[in-house]
Design a protein around this ligand. Sequence first.
Ligand code: COA
Length: 373
Amino acid sequence: MNHSSSAAGLAGVVAGETALSTVGKAGQGLTYRGYSIEDLAEYATFEEVAWLLLRGELPTSRQLTEYGQRLQSLRTLPAALTDILERLPAASHPMDVLRTGCSVLGCLEPEDDGRSGLEVADRLLAVFPSMLAYWHHFHTSGQRIETASDDISIAGHFLHLLHGSPASETHRRAMDVSLILYAEHEYNASTFAARVAASTLSDFYSAITAAIGTLRGPLHGGANEAAFDLIDRFESADAAERGVLDMLDRKVKIMGFGHRVYRTCDPRSVIIQRWARRLSVEAADTRLYTVSERIDAMMKREKNLFPNLDFYSASAYHFLGIPTRYFTPLFVFARTAGWAAHVLEQRANNRLIRPGADYIGPESKTFVPLHQR
Ligand SMILES: CC(C)(COP(=O)(O)OP(=O)(O)OC[C@H]1O[C@@H](n2cnc3c(N)ncnc32)[C@H](O)[C@@H]1OP(=O)(O)O)[C@@H](O)C(=O)NCCC(=O)NCCS
């Protein structure tokens, strides 16, 4: 029996303040520092959005160029880190690889060596794609890749490293938009974990490591991988309809649907769906996108549930040639901008985050010494 008066999962609880984003607020929708997600996904680049989140204003053209060059110069991995990436098992979960890589970098380039939080944030934004690509190539083909590249954008850089050749402009921009959509989302579970760690005055790397560990689960970041596994198992839209109906009958949750805060639609989903459709046409796909649309329609009909960002991201990423197990790591590349901005915001006006709990255990008991039990 639940005696608690607290909100399960802290649903609806306002746990603090932020100037970074609004999520599902009436009349505002999703905004980053006041700019609508629709405008950012249409007109901005991910680097521009990262600057906005971390520095508070949109960059000038010159600032953006210099920022791109700066991030580009921070992509190289220290030898001690590549050494450890090589020693990790090939079967490791890629999220464990990034979590470990982040921790290792915290030992090699600690914040208290005179680095500012902002410097660590930029380094992590620049280095996570290199880390994943290095580990990937070493463990799939034994290659020790060069992690520097001419690509200015993080999206182009990662796709280039992963595939070994520069991405087409459509693919690069599709990934860039996806990074913008995933960059920030208020007090979601992983961001909250980062803020809790930051509130103890811990270091930047610890906060980001906590966030990566929290993002890994299928109720949060892991949903895009689970959504792809679902879509990919059906040969046709009709088979998907039968299969998903059966899952709903068995009360199985359909990954990529529903949201804690949004009630009628996820504004990010509309944008990534357009990209998924465009990429599916380009790839002459006649199955995945059709299956996705059918599942979307029947979830609306059967449960009045809508797709969240993870659902159509799954097929978009597939068309970009990204292996399914890297979907959540891509979320890390993007959300590092939001996490880092929240850590800086928490530090700027810190108070230890330490909520209370309703006690539901036994009444006071008399202690029985060990020899009498
Ligand atoms: C995101 C999520 C965790 C939000 O959870 P929540 O706010 O705690 O909502 P609940 O899990 O309590 O769901 C409320 C109701 O909708 C149903 N529901 C919610 N999401 C569902 C889904 N994806 N598939 C089927 N039913 C779902 C629940 O079963 C529940 O029904 P009930 O009241 O009959 O028990 C939840 O929607 C979910 O698990 N979605 C799938 C995972 C996912 O896509 N995560 C990424 C989020 S961006």
